[in-house]
Design a binder for this molecule. Structure first.
Ligand code: FAD
Length: 341
């Protein structure tokens, strides 16, 4: 069992390399892994360090090897039959064991539900700090401090946090925030297999049954176009108009939190600080005022179009194209115009 090293004196010079903890489900790699690999490569290059990606599982060696082609120097494949299905204890223990043995300087984990589950446990086991939900990372080249920026106080300010005395420096990073790494064939990359010291009694949870969700998948992160609706829709029926426009422009349906809180649409569609962070080519905000917590999730969109009847709505300060008007008139006119062309 791993022992926490909290408050022990450590030699910072013993710690090297930038790590990305990959997330996989039945061999399918979560997109946030590719985003973090891109960001990890950038940080590793700035520090003159190597980049390793860590994959845990059973029978996923081929999938793990593919990650070498996204800029990693090494992939550590933590392989064990007990890691076939995700368990908090199994994954956190095995990854912590590898961290304690290899001593990375920086560890990045996706702020997904699984990442948010294991990251604090890993940090506790290896005796370091954790900055959760980061939206920006930089490194100080002189002392190798990782400057981890995340929203604080309800998104009203951005806090930059450092981990001065402990290693590794650990962050969870929101999906959709970092640029994905490009696919570059890397025949020289190395895959190392690590067999953790894991026993059945270490895992106290039992997986009884897997049930596939029959909900329609909402893929806001990869959408090129998003049409989002807010409180200005006035009712759940307002989303019929949003869906109609989304269909015309091959887009996904997004929403503000106000629309989710009103019960008009599921949380899966929510864009913003407590929803999904998106960066589509085109974001059309309909009846959304542009609160800071909404902007936190969509301001990186390439083009922003806003429809709002209030000319002073804050969304007009960030949009590329603003339409002052009633969405019940503007959206049907847009659909009609698309149909004509
Ligand atoms: P409103 O602010 O009420 O705006 C509605 C807009 O519709 C108005 O500008 C109005 O002029 C316009 N309008 C009305 N009728 C029409 C019409 N007929 N035609 C055109 N325009 C019309 N919010 C998020 O969106 N995402 C988040 O992730 C999120 N996280 C949060 C986290 C925290 C900790 C907190 C405190 C808040 C968070 N919020 C989030 C909430 C956020 O502060 C706002 O309350 C919310 O974004 C407002 O949603 P809205 O723009 O739809 O509603």
């Amino acid at each position: 069992m791993n022992k926490a090293k909290v408050n022990q004196e450590i030699n910072l010079a013993d710690y090297n390399d930038v790590w990305v903890i990959a997330e996989q489900n039945e061999g399918k790699i979560h997109p946030v892994t590719i985003e973090l690999t891109g960001e990890g490569r950038r940080l590793a290059d700035t520090l003159g360090k190597r980049l390793a990606v860590i994959v845990s599982g059973a029978d996923v060696e081929d999938e793990a090897r593919k990650l070498l082609h996204y800029g990693a120097d090494t992939v550590f494949y933590i392989s064990h039959p007990l890691l076939k299905d995700f368990s908090t204890e199994g994954y956190a223990l095995s990854i912590s064991e590898l961290i304690l043995e290899k001593k990375p300087e920086i560890v990045l984990i996706g702020a997904t539900s699984i990442g948010r589950d294991i990251a604090p446990r890993i940090a506790g086991k290896v005796g370091t700090g954790l900055t959760a939900d980061c939206t920006k990372l930089e490194v100080d080249e002189t002392d190798h401090k990782l400057l981890q920026t995340r929203p604080a106080f309800g998104g009203n300010l951005m806090a930059t946090i450092v981990c001065p005395r402990n290693r590794p420096q650990m962050s969870t990073v929101r999906p959709g925030v970092m640029e994905k790494a490009a696919f570059i064939p890397n025949p020289d990359g190395r895959l190392e297999i690590f067999i953790p010291n894991l026993k059945e009694e270490d895992i106290r949870t039992v997986l009884m049954k897997k049930v596939k969700s029959d909900r329609k998948k909402v893929n806001l992160i990869d959408a090129k176009v998003i049409v989002s609706g807010g409180r200005g829709l006035k009712s759940p029926e307002g989303f019929t108009l949003i869906r109609a426009l989304a269909e015309k422009v091959n887009g996904e349906v997004g929403s503000s939190r106000a629309a989710v809180d009103a019960g008009w649409i599921e949380h899966l569609h929510q864009v913003g600080q407590t929803g999904t962070t998106v960066r589509p080519d085109l974001y059309i905000a309909c009846g959304i005022s542009g609160a800071i917590q909404h902007l936190a999730g969509m301001s990186e969109s390439k083009y922003i179009v806003a429809i709002n009847k209030d000319p002073n709505a804050p969304i007009f300060k960030v949009c590329d194209f603003g339409i002052v008007g009633d969405l019940n008139e503007v959206i049907p006119a847009m659909i009609e115009s698309i149909d004509k062309n």
